[in-house]
Ligand binder design. Structure first.
Ligand code: FES
Length: 177
């Protein structure tokens, strides 16, 4: 009986990590790497992807994910797995303000459908996954963000907005540059 071994996952050993990202991006990622033992720099993968995504205007590219793999001495596939599993990572361009509207049970029961309809009209988009013509906003559907007590809710950037009404949505969007 022949035994077939699994192909070894390719791990990049990038010698010159300084060339991968700007000094600012490297400094931010290094802060996260420093939180873990030396041999566990891969633990900074999620944070590194977020830092790189923010630096790239809100979305990732295959090239950037490869660079994260190089920087953290990880197989590229492992980085792709993380970057495609979690909803906070984007793989196509987003608006300057990414509106993440929760449509999960608590938010749905409390009127997320109305908020969705209002947002579509206000933004002039046909639905989730779209960016406004001016590039200012994009609209994304997300699962429960753990703020069910404030349903219906949305997240923009790092901020949660809860107990939404159409008027409140307008106020919030009016306040964003
Ligand atoms: S269901 Fe919307 S935050 Fe939990």
């Amino acid at each position: 009986m022949s035994m077939r071994s699994e192909p070894a996952q390719r791990v990049n050993k990038c010698e010159n990590k300084d060339e991968l990202f700007s000094s600012e991006v490297r400094a931010e990622i290094d802060q996260w790497i420093a939180k873990y033992p030396d041999e566990w720099r891969q633990s900074a993968c999620m944070a590194a992807l977020q830092v790189v995504q923010d630096d790239n205007g809100g979305s990732l590219t295959p090239e950037l994910m490869d660079k994260v793999a190089d920087y953290l001495d990880m197989p590229p596939m492992s980085v792709y797995e993380v970057a495609t599993f979690y909803s906070m990572y984007e793989h196509k361009p987003v608006g300057r303000h990414k509106i993440c509207l929760c449509t999960n049970v608590s938010c749905m029961i409390n009127g997320s459908d109305n908020i969705y309809e209002h947002l579509k009209g206000r933004l002039g988009v046909n639905g989730f996954g779209e960016v406004t013509a001016d590039g200012k906003f994009s609209l994304k559907e997300v699962e429960c963000l753990g703020a069910c007590g404030g349903a219906p809710m949305m997240q923009i950037g790092r901020t949660y907005y809860e107990n939404l009404t159409p008027d409140l949505v307008d106020q919030i969007l009016d306040g964003l540059e």
